[in-house]
Ligand binder design. Structure first.
Ligand SMILES: Nc1ncnc2c1ncn2[C@@H]1O[C@H](COP(=O)(O)OP(=O)(O)OP(=O)(O)O)[C@@H](O)[C@H]1O
Length: 891
C-alpha cells in the first residue's frame, strides 16, 4: 500500500505543481455533490463560529477531497482540515456557552469575528475569481464556494451565515432565546444551559453525516437564493443541453433486432450551427490555450467541439484512480473540427502533468494524417512542455524506440512506466510493433486513447491491432514481468539486494507486474483510460463496436434534425457543399475533366481515382494535354467537328457502350453490375469492408484504361517535349508555369517518397497546383485548406467513401463543389447508393453535350495518342530508381 500511494503521488500529486494547478487539482470532482456539500456545511459552521467566537484562529478552508485522506496524504496535509468535525463540535458548543455567559466580551468578540469573516469572505471572493475560468471546478462546488463567501460576508455585517436549515432554525432560536433571557433576567439558568447543550449536540450529529445526505439533503443545505446569486455573480455558463434523438418505435425495434445497443441507437444530437466563444467558461481553457487558439484564428468552438470539450474537461482528474471516465463516440461531418475537439482538451488536461508518461495515444489510418495531427498538437501545445511524437514507420524502428523510451545501447533507457513522450500519434501497425518489441514501452498510464477515422480503423484487422491495444491498457493478473522469450517486458530499477523497485508503475498495474500481499483495504482501481472514437461516418456495426470494449459510452452526433426531429440523411455532409454528377461514357471521362478545368474553371481541385495506376495515367494525360494545348495553333470549327466525330466513333469501338455519346437518363442504364441487396439500415458489412489499406497500395502501371481509349496509338506524337522523364513535381510546376496559361497538374500517391509527398502538399497549399490527382490515400481526414473542388473521377462504390472524398472541400464552414463522373453502367448503383443515404436531392446533374467539349477534342486526341509512349518512358525511368521505383510495367 505504501508503494501504491507513493507512485500515485509521484505521478500526479500536486506537490510539485504550480499554485494554480494545485487549486485545479484540489477541486476536481472526485467527491459526490453531497459529500462536498457536507464539507461545505462543516466550513459554514466554522464561519458561524467566527461570529460567536474569535479566540481560535480559523484554519484555511478547503473544498476538497476528504475521502482521499487515506489514499493521498500529500493532498490532505496540504489542503484538508484534520479532524475538523470533532473540533468544530466541541468548539461550537463552547462558543455558545461564551455567548451565554460572557456577555461582557461579546462586543469585543463580535468585532474580531467580523474582521475574521471579512478576511475570509475576501479570500473566497478572490479564489472564486481566480478559479472562475476553470471548469475543472464543478458547478456545485462553485456554488458552495460562493455560498460560503456570502455567508462570511453576511457574518461580517452581523447577519448569520448560510447554514444547514436545521442549524439555522435551532441555533438562531437558541441565540435569540439566550439574548432574550439575558435581557430579561440578566443571567442564564443551569436548565437552559443543559437544553442548549442537548440541542447543539443534536444539531451536530445531524449536521455532518455525509453518508446520510442525498440530493434532498443538498437542497436543504443550500439557500436557493444564494445559489442563484452565486451563479449570476460567477457568470457561470451552464453546460449546453443537447437532446437525445427521438427514435420511432419501428427504428427502435430495428436497432434492437440488429443488436445495436441503446446508447448507440440514441445519439445525443447536436445541430451543426451551435458555436461557442473559445473563452467561454464551460470549456475551462487556460489563458495560454485561448491565446494559442486566437493566434490560429480560432475564436469560436464549432458544434462538435462545443459538445465534446466540456465532457472531456470534466470527466476525470489525472490522478483519480477510483472513477473510470466514460468513453465517447463522436460522429460529425467532414471538416467540422473533430480534431480540435480532442486535441484541445487533451493538451489542456495533460499540461497539468508533473512527470512525463505516455498518457495520450492517437491512432490514425495513414502516415499523412499522423503528420497532420502532430502539427495540430504542436501548434496548440506551445507554451507547455508536453512532448509529442509520431510513430509511423517512416523512420527506422530503432530511431522510434529511442524517441519513445531511449536507446538501450547508447544511453540509459527509461525504465518501468516512464516515457519520453506524453502524446504519441501512430498508425496501428507500427504501434503493435512497439507494444510487442520495445522494452519498457507501455500503455499503463494511458489517459486518452483516441481512435480517429474509427470506422476505417475498425475495418482494418491488420495484426489484430485492437486486441493488442486493449490488452496493453488493461491490467491483467496473467501479465508477466518476463516475456515469452524470458526478456523483461518492463525493466524496473532494483535495490541493492536485487528486489524490484516499483518505480513508475501505474497503481492499477502493480499487481500485474509484481506479487503484492493481498490487503483488505485495497480498493479496486478503475481503468484510467478514456476511449474516444471519431468519424464522419461512424459505424453502427454492433460487432465492431463491441470489439472496442467501451465502458459507460456516450454517442454524440452532429447532424441536422429533420422537420419531425428525425435525421434527414444517414450521413451529414457539410452545409457549404454543392454536389453534381455528370453521366458519361468511360472513355469520355478524361474529356470531362478537361471540360471542368477549361470551361467551368475548376481549380484548387482534388481528383480521386480508383487506384494509384489510374491516377498516374490521368495525370500524364492531362499534363500532356496542357503541353500540347499551349503550343498548338488554334483549329477551325470544321476540323474540330470532324475530330469530335472521330472521338465518338473511337469511343463506341473502345467502350462498346450503346446509345452514343449523349447523356442518357439514368433509367436507360441497364448494366447495373453492383450488388444492390448488400445493405440495410445499419452500415452493411460490405460497406465496412470498403477500403483497403491505402498505405499498402501495390503499385502497378498499366497502359489499359485511358490509353485503351486512344483512337490511334500508332499516331504517336513527338514526346521530345520534356515529359518523357520521370516527372518530379517541382519540375512540373516549373514547366507549366501559370503565366503560360497551362493548368498545373500533379499526382499524389503512396508511391511517392515522404519528402515528395510533403513538397506536393506544400505546393498545392500554396496554390501552385491547380489539380491534384490522387488515390484514396488522402480521401480521409486530410485537411488541405485550398480545396475548392473535388472530382470523383471514378465514383466510389460505397457511400462512406463518397462522403469522405467530397468532404475534402467545404470544410470549416467554407463552400465547395463536388463533381462525380458517373459511367453509364454505374448510374443506377450510384443513384441507389446516394438515395439510400437520404442524399439524392442534394446531387444535381450536369449535362455535357458534344458542342460543349468540341474545342477540347483535338488536343485530347493528340494527348491520347502520345500517352502510351509517355507511360512507357516514365515506367523505364521508374525502373532506373526514380520516385516511381515501385512501379512495374504491365502490358
Ligand atoms: N473552431 C474552429 N474555428 C475555425 N476553424 C476551425 C475550428 N475548428 C477546426 N477548424 C478548422 O477546420 C478545419 C477542419 O477541421 P478538422 O480537420 O478537425 O475536421 P474533421 O471534422 O476532423 O474532418 P474529417 O472528418 O475530414 O477528418 C481545419 O482546418 C481546422 O483548423
Amino acid at each position: 500500500m505504501f508503494n501504491i500511494r507513493r507512485y500515485d503521488v509521484e505521478a500526479d500529486s500536486p506537490k510539485d505543481t504550480s499554485p494554480q494547478q494545485q487549486q485545479q487539482q484540489q477541486h476536481t470532482p472526485s467527491l459526490s455533490a453531497s459529500e462536498r456539500l457536507a464539507k461545505l456545511n462543516a466550513r459554514l459552521s466554522k464561519n458561524k463560529k467566527a461570529v460567536s467566537s474569535s479566540t481560535e484562529a480559523q484554519a484555511p478552508v478547503h473544498v476538497g477531497n476528504n475521502n482521499n485522506s487515506n489514499r493521498n496524504s500529500t493532498n490532505d496535509n496540504q489542503h484538508s482540515i484534520p479532524d475538523g468535525d470533532t473540533k468544530r463540535k466541541s468548539h461550537s458548543k463552547d462558543g455558545t456557552k461564551e455567548i451565554s455567559y460572557k456577555r461582557s466580551r461579546e462586543f469585543e468578540e463580535a468585532r474580531e469575528a467580523r474582521e475574521e469573516a471579512r478576511k475570509h469572505g475576501k479570500k473566497w471572493e478572490k479564489r472564486a475569481k481566480e478559479l472562475k475560468d476553470s471548469d475543472l471546478i464543478p458547478n456545485d462546488v462553485r456554488m458552495a464556494m460562493k455560498a460560503e463567501a456570502e455567508a462570511a460576508a453576511a457574518a461580517a455585517k452581523g447577519i448569520h451565515p448560510i447554514t444547514p436549515a436545521s442549524t439555522i432554525t435551532t441555533t438562531t432560536a437558541k441565540e435569540q432565546e439566550s439574548k432574550e433571557t439575558d435581557k430579561s433576567d440578566g443571567q442564564n439558568t443551569g436548565a437552559d444551559e443543559d437544553m442548549e447543550d442537548k440541542e447543539h449536540k443534536e444539531n451536530m450529529t445531524t449536521e455532518h453525516d455525509p453518508a446520510q445526505e442525498d440530493d434532498q439533503g443538498i437542497k436543504q443545505f443550500v439557500d436557493d437564493a444564494a445559489v442563484d446569486a452565486a451563479l449570476a455573480d460567477l457568470a457561470l455558463v451552464p453546460l449546453p443541453t443537447f437532446e437525445a434523438k427521438e427514435i420511432s418505435a419501428k427504428e427502435r425495434e430495428q436497432a434492437k433486432s440488429m443488436g445495436i445497443p441503446d446508447w448507440l441507437a440514441h445519439p445525443t444530437q447536436i445541430e451543426p450551427e451551435i458555436n461557442t466563444p473559445i473563452d467561454a467558461s464551460m470549456f475551462g481553457f487556460s489563458s495560454r490555450l485561448i491565446k494559442q487558439c486566437r493566434k490560429a484564428g480560432i475564436e469560436e468552438c464549432f458544434a462538435v467541439q462545443t459538445a465534446v470539450i466540456p465532457v472531456l474537461m470534466r470527466a476525470r482528474h489525472l490522478g483519480d484512480i477510483r472513477k473510470a471516465p466514460g468513453d465517447l463516440c463522436v460522429s460529425a461531418p467532414t471538416g467540422s473540427g473533430k480534431t480540435l475537439a480532442y486535441v484541445l482538451p487533451i493538451i489542456e488536461i495533460l499540461s497539468q502533468r508533473v512527470v512525463t508518461r505516455l498518457r495520450a495515444l492517437v491512432v490514425l489510418p495513414t502516415r499523412d494524417l499522423c503528420v497532420q495531427v502532430k502539427e495540430t498538437f504542436e501548434t496548440f501545445s506551445k507554451g507547455t512542455d508536453l512532448k509529442i511524437a509520431t510513430s509511423t514507420g517512416q523512420n527506422s524502428f530503432a530511431h522510434e524506440q529511442n524517441i519513445l523510451v531511449g536507446d538501450a545501447h547508447t544511453q540509459q533507457p527509461v525504465l518501468g512506466g516512464h516515457s519520453r513522450v506524453d502524446v504519441l500519434i501512430t498508425t496501428p501497425g507500427r504501434l503493435i510493433d512497439h507494444i510487442k518489441s520495445t522494452p519498457n514501452f507501455t500503455l499503463q498510464h494511458l489517459r486518452f486513447l483516441v481512435i480517429d477515422e474509427a470506422d476505417r480503423l475498425l475495418n482494418q484487422s491488420f495484426q489484430d491491432w485492437l486486441y493488442h491495444i486493449l490488452n496493453a491498457i488493461h491490467p491483467s493478473p496473467e501479465r508477466k514481468l518476463l516475456g515469452a522469450d524470458g526478456s523483461e517486458t518492463i525493466q524496473v530499477k532494483r535495490d541493492g539486494l536485487g528486489f524490484p523497485i516499483h518505480d513508475a508503475i501505474a497503481p492499477g498495474f502493480l499487481s500485474s507486474f509484481f506479487q503484492l500481499p493481498e490487503s483488505d483495504v485495497e480498493d479496486p482501481k478503475a481503468l484510467s483510460v478514456q476511449k474516444l472514437l471519431f468519424s464522419a461516418t461512424l459505424t453502427r456495426n454492433p460487432a465492431k463496436i463491441a470489439s472496442l470494449q467501451l465502458s459507460d459510452p456516450q454517442y454524440v452526433a452532429v447532424q441536422e434534425g429533420g422537420e419531425d426531429g428525425e435525421e434527414k440523411q444517414k450521413y451529414t455532409t457539410p452545409a457549404g457543399l454543392t454536389e453534381h454528377m455528370i453521366v458519361c461514357d468511360t472513355s469520355e471521362k478524361p474529356l470531362m475533366v478537361l471540360h471542368l478545368l477549361h470551361h467551368l474553371q475548376v481549380r484548387s481541385a482534388l481528383c480521386f481515382t480508383k487506384s494509384v495506376e489510374s491516377a498516374h495515367r490521368l495525370y500524364k494525360l492531362i499534363q500532356l494535354y496542357e503541353k500540347i494545348r499551349t503550343t498548338m495553333p488554334a483549329q477551325s470549327s470544321t476540323s474540330l467537328d470532324s475530330e469530335m466525330k472521330n472521338v465518338k466513333s473511337d469511343k463506341k469501338k473502345s467502350s462498346g457502350a450503346a446509345g452514343g455519346g449523349e447523356d442518357t437518363d439514368d433509367s436507360s442504364s441497364d448494366d447495373d453490375s453492383t450488388d444492390s441487396n448488400s445493405g440495410d439500415e445499419s452500415d452493411s458489412s460490405n460497406e465496412d469492408e470498403d477500403e483497403s489499406d491505402v498505405e499498402m497500395d501495390n503499385v502497378e502501371v498499366s497502359t489499359k484504361g485511358v490509353s485503351d481509349a486512344s483512337p490511334s496509338s500508332s499516331s504517336s506524337i513527338a514526346v521530345s517535349n520534356g515529359f518523357t522523364d520521370d516527372m518530379q513535381i517541382d519540375s512540373v510546376v516549373q514547366q507549366t508555369r501559370p503565366e503560360s496559361g497551362a493548368i498545373v497538374v500533379a499526382e499524389y500517391s503512396s508511391d511517392l517518397s515522404k519528402t515528395k509527398r510533403q513538397s506536393i502538399l506544400r505546393a498545392f497549399n500554396n496554390g501552385e497546383i491547380h489539380l491534384l490527382i490522387c488515390s484514396d490515400l488522402i480521401s480521409r481526414g486530410m485537411d488541405l485548406a485550398p480545396v475548392a473542388n473535388v472530382i470523383n473521377y471514378d465514383v466510389p462504390v460505397y457511400m462512406k467513401k463518397y462522403i469522405h472524398r467530397v468532404g475534402r472541400t467545404a470544410r470549416a464552414g467554407k463552400t465547395g463543389t463536388a463533381y462525380s463522373l458517373v459511367e453509364m453502367q454505374e448510374a443506377r448503383h450510384f443513384k441507389e447508393m446516394i438515395a439510400k443515404a437520404g442524399h439524392w436531392e442534394k446531387v444535381s446533374r450536369i449535362k455535357v453535350r458534344d458542342q460543349d467539349v468540341k474545342d477540347l477534342v483535338p488536343g485530347y486526341t493528340k494527348s491520347l495518342a502520345g500517352l502510351k509512349d509517355v507511360l512507357v518512358s516514365s515506367a523505364r525511368a521508374g525502373k532506373k530508381g526514380s520516385s516511381h521505383g515501385a512501379r512495374r510495367m504491365h502490358k
